[in-house]
Ligand binder design. Structure first.
Ligand SMILES: C[S@@+](CC[C@H](N)C(=O)[O-])C[C@H]1O[C@@H](n2cnc3c(N)ncnc32)[C@H](O)[C@@H]1O
Length: 288
């Protein structure tokens, strides 16, 4: 039964009109900072059409009204548009920099037993904050002398549930040395390995949106922030908002590690590049 052009038996099929697509992209941008341009048209159309059908919205206009009226609906939209690619020990030189240069500098103003707070934002399915925990256990001799607190945050509420569960496939684990896998993961089951409970419990997960300041307030402040492979999805305005919020959440003199294609130059004057032997990272020098 054909009800209207593009709608058959309650299901709509692509293509959506240019105006509808632009409105949906604007909602994604307003809520997350993520920019999807014309080159991603096919990808956007497919995802939005799937969502409209899943949510039984009947028409694009209905779906857009649902998005405008219901936060949870926008959350589902954002969750389906995030790119969650990540794996253990990604950009290992930055982990080496953490243990070899960043933490030795940070503890100059701390005493034994003091808290050191590290934030992985965005953490996706958890590989990044768990890598930090494993790396420090394996490579930082002072790991037991300080109270290390690792938090992982992401805007995607579905991927955070996976992070808490701590189940990982071969692709996620492929960069980890075999002996590390044996020490920190349960034996393989259904082609997945679960992180041991001590490690799962060593990281706290909390949802957060880097472009929405209020969503970050409860997290407190950090000594080091890993913000890798997020700014690449943003435009200039969203990058600047992210940089302001990172500054707010860093202790003065704190460090930030970005992805290898990302930089703070032309985004914020608050951060200065620091060239350590292992990696170039940024330090918050407090300029606004
Ligand atoms: C490619 S992953 C990066 C994961 C990890 N940092 C890494 O480098 O392996 C990008 C993540 O950014 C998250 N994201 C997108 N927009 C966000 C926002 N406004 N606030 C917080 N996280 C966001 C996505 O949900 C996704 O999990």
């Amino acid at each position: 039964m054909v009800i209207a052009p593009g709608i058959s038996a309650g299901f709509i099929s692509a293509p959506l009109s240019q105006a509808d697509l632009e409105e949906i992209c604007a909602i994604i941008y307003e809520r997350s900072g993520m920019v999807f341009g014309e080159t991603k048209r096919y990808y956007i159309e497919r995802r939005v059409t799937d969502l409209i059908n899943q949510r039984r919205a009947q028409s694009v206009r209905n779906y857009i009204s649902m998005l405008r009226g219901d936060q949870r609906e926008t959350e589902l939209l954002i969750n389906s548009f995030t790119v969650n690619e990540t794996y253990f020990y990604r950009e290992q030189h930055q982990l080496a920099c953490l243990s070899g240069s960043i933490l030795p500098d940070i503890i100059r103003s701390k005493g034994p037993g003091d808290r050191i707070r590290i934030w992985s934002m965005p953490c996706s399915s958890g590989e990044e904050p768990y890598s930090i925990a494993i790396w420090l256990l394996e490579n930082w001799p002072l790991v037991d002398a300080y109270n290390i607190d690792i938090t992982g945050s992401d805007i995607d509420t579905d991927i955070l549930k996976q992070a808490v569960e701590g189940l990982f496939g071969q692709r996620s684990l492929s960069k980890l040395p075999e002996d590390v896998r044996e020490r920190y993961f349960e034996p393989e089951k259904d082609q997945q390995r679960r992180l041991i409970s001590d490690l799962r419990e060593s990281v706290t997960f909390a949802s957060g949106n880097i472009v929405e300041r209020e969503s970050l307030t409860a997290l407190g402040r950090f000594d080091v922030i890993f913000c890798r492979n997020l700014l690449i999805y943003f435009d200039q305005a969203a990058r600047e908002a992210a940089a302001r919020h990172i500054h707010d959440l860093l202790h003065p003199g704190g460090y930030i590690c970005l992805g290898h294609t990302e930089s703070m130059s032309r985004i914020s004057e608050t951060f200065e590049p620091v060239r350590f032997p292992e990696a170039i990272v940024y330090r918050d020098v407090g300029r606004k």
